[in-house]
Design a protein around this ligand. Structure first.
Ligand SMILES: Nc1ncnc2c1ncn2[C@@H]1O[C@H](COP(=O)(O)OP(=O)(O)OP(=O)(O)O)[C@@H](O)[C@H]1O
Ligand SMILES: [Mg+2]
Length: 234
């Protein structure tokens, strides 16, 4: 469904992706792991067509169509949504305004504000709070809710559990499992190996801009030592 091949990306002269390749197949949750600064966010931003980093080699295909070099809005039109690392909300807009501002009016969408609120009841309670009046965890939920309002077929989630309390991490795992059951594909950047294994079908590890490890999540769960040496955890 998503095929990333030999991607090379740069911030100015700094070469940060060195031929990264990975796939997300239909209805699959794929975890992208790796230590800080290894290129996870850069990979996701490259797929999304954001202005940085700049893609200078390789290809991204989505449902058989080359989307390399498309602008971010053109990628979003193809129903690929991003939950950005660090959330990037608008300080002065309310929760409800964040959820409604992106709504493409043209399709009979399956996602509504009320459906997002039923998924994240905490957001419903905070619906009139502004972006700068939300906790870190609430910002994370809102970032996921905003992505869903685009009715995506694929969501790129960049550390959605960052800053969430353990009970909310579990809730998010349930949300991800529910989205997968509805047929969405998910590429999930996750620092926590065990949280990733709880939801992922397959796992990739990125090291200095290259995929250095790839396996089924079940195989990793059975023998995590194969993977933990890449992550610097024990
Ligand atoms: N805007 C930027 N300009 C220049 N270099 C950048 C920029 N953003 C990231 N980098 C560099 O690119 C490399 C990859 O960074 P990236 O943010 O993709 O890592 P990451 O795997 O997402 O890390 P983390 O787990 O900390 O989020 C790092 O060496 C980083 O310093
Ligand atoms: Mg990152």
């Amino acid at each position: 469904m998503l095929e990333i091949r030999d991607l090379h990306s740069f911030y100015g002269d700094a070469h940060v992706l060195h031929g990264a390749s990975l796939d997300v197949r239909p209805r699959e949750v794929v975890a992208l792991l790796g230590r800080n600064g290894m290129g996870k966010t850069s990979l996701i931003r490259s797929v999304m067509g954001l202005s940085t980093p700049q893609v200078r080699g390789g290809s991204v295909a989505w449902k058989g169509e080359a989307i390399t070099g498309l602008r971010a809005h053109e990628v979003a039109e193809r129903k690929i949504a991003l939950v950005p690392q660090g959330r990037r909300l608008f300080p002065s807009l309310t929760v409800t305004e964040h959820l409604t501002m992106l709504k493409p009016a043209r399709n009979a969408a399956s996602w509504t504000v009320e459906r997002v609120f039923s998924l994240f009841p905490r957001l419903a309670e905070r619906r009139n709070n502004r972006g700068n009046q939300l906790s870190g965890g609430e910002r994370g939920m809102l970032a996921v809710g905003r992505a869903l309002m685009l009715d995506p077929e694929l969501i790129l989630m960049d550390e959605p559990s960052e800053g969430l309390a353990p009970v909310m991490v579990q809730h998010l795992e349930g949300v991800i499992a529910g989205l997968k059951a509805e047929g969405l594909g998910i590429l999930l950047v996750e620092q926590n190996l065990y949280s990733a294994l709880a939801v992922a079908d397959r796992v990739y590890v990125l090291e200095t801009g290259r995929v250095v490890f790839e396996a089924d999540a079940a195989a990793v769960a059975a023998d995590p030592d194969r993977l933990t040496r890449y992550l610097g955890v024990h």
